[in-house]
Design a protein around this ligand. Structure first.
Ligand code: SAM
Ligand code: SF4
Length: 348
């Protein structure tokens, strides 16, 4: 049987066990929770972090059991998809305990459990991820050049990431590659990244760099609108717009020469907030209702206020009721980030 499709009875049971979705003030159903299980990372990508990062205090972290409890309440309230992210999710100690527990909810409220990873630890976790029910993952890969890879990630090793990707594919996990488009860095490499991804059956998604958190360089020098990049790619490839959606903000084209898909995530040039279905939980239990706004709710206090889930559930309802209409990112010449927190706090 194709592992991507659960058995028929399981689908029926899951539909029966699904709660009605939470609806925000703008009529959008909130069915997707992204969880940053740690804001720490074994890389220091230049567009994401400063080299000398200040991380959230360890004493403020939710335990894995607490993270699972919050996720469970979200599932009971209609969340159907959970993505574990970070920081680097696979560097959190014993994170597979959480993956295994959440995996048990697949088919019992949850449609999909997935992760976004830099791939550095994937080789040793790929088989277990599959065993826990993870069938699709995103791996971030901005370049295929080992020297450039070290330059952009500061601490990363391309060989380990490639090994991780191979292990994930061998385990039967669908891999999508994500690349942040960076002017004068990987803009000339997109055709190679595309050929690499499609030759292995992986989709590739390009992301515009967003002004989040202080970093050691000026983002204006690196920002590249994807419309320009698409025009460049069209010199080598025939791109056909398609309606393919993965429940996220990416818009896809089919690349006729390879038969693979290329996605564009354009938070800067095209606002996609009208179809936003997600909220983001940090590893300290703060819920952000929008990636590009500061509106937040302290779910840790609600969680610890009572062993019963009633207070937590009410705090989630109150937060969803405050979900903002959207973000309004601008990369301006002041060099100041639009949002002070780094992407690693909410996981993108
Ligand atoms: N460490 C994991 C990884 O790199 O895949 C997960 C967390 S990372 C914050 C999630 C995604 O956000 C990655 O694809 C990364 O490239 C992207 N990202 C980080 N900072 C960004 C920024 N300022 N603008 C756009 N994308 C960013
Ligand atoms: Fe780490 Fe991911 Fe940020 Fe790179 S993008 S520093 S891998 S959290």
């Amino acid at each position: 049987m194709n592992a991507a499709f659960p058995p028929y009875q399981q689908v029926i049971d899951n539909v029966a066990s699904q709660a009605a979705p939470m609806i925000d003030p703008f009529g959008r159903a909130v069915s997707y929770l992204r969880v940053s299980v740690t804001d720490r990372c074994d890389f220091r990508c230049t567009y994401c972090m400063a080299e000398n990062m200040q991380f959230l205090p360890r004493k403020d972290l939710l335990t894995l059991e607490e993270l699972e409890r919050v996720c469970s309440v979200f599932i009971d309230k209609g969340v159907r998809k959970i993505r574990l992210t970070g920081g680097e999710p696979l560097v959190r100690k014993n994170v597979m305990v959480l993956v295994r527990q959440l995996g048990k909810r697949i088919g019992s409220g949850l449609d999909e459990l997935t992760i976004t990873t830099n791939g550095s630890q994937l080789a040793r976790h790929a088989d277990e991820l599959y065993d826990c029910g993870v069938r699709r993952i995103n791996v971030s890969l901005d370049t295929l050049d080992p020297d450039k890879f070290t330059k952009i990630t500061r601490w990363g090793d391309l060989g380990k990431v490639m090994e991780g990707i191979d292990c994930a594919l061998r385990a039967g996990i669908h891999v999508k590659l994500n690349a942040v488009a960076l002017k004068d860095f990987n803009d000339v490499e997109i055709p190679d990244l595309l050929r690499f991804a499609h030759s292995r059956g992986m989709d590739l998604t390009l992301i515009e760099t967003m002004p989040m958190g202080e970093i050691d360089e000026d983002r204006t020098n690196r920002y590249l609108p994807l419309s320009r990049l698409r025009a460049d790619v069209e010199k080598d490839f025939t791109l056909t717009d398609i309606g393919h959606r993965t429940g996220g903000p990416a818009r896809y084209v089919r690349v006729e020469e390879t038969g693979g898909r290329l996605g564009f995530i354009t938070p800067m040039t095209h606002n996609f907030c009208e179809s936003c279905n997600r909220v983001r939980l940090t590893c300290t239990g703060t819920l952000y209702m929008c990636l590009g706004q500061n509106d937040a709710a302290d779910l840790r206090a609600a969680l610890r206020a009572s062993p019963d889930d009633g207070i937590l559930s009410a705090a989630i309802d109150e937060a969803i009721f405050r979900k903002p209409k959207g973000h309004d990112f601008v990369i301006d010449r002041t060099g100041r980030p639009a949002v002070a927190r780094h992407m690693s706090v909410t996981g993108g």
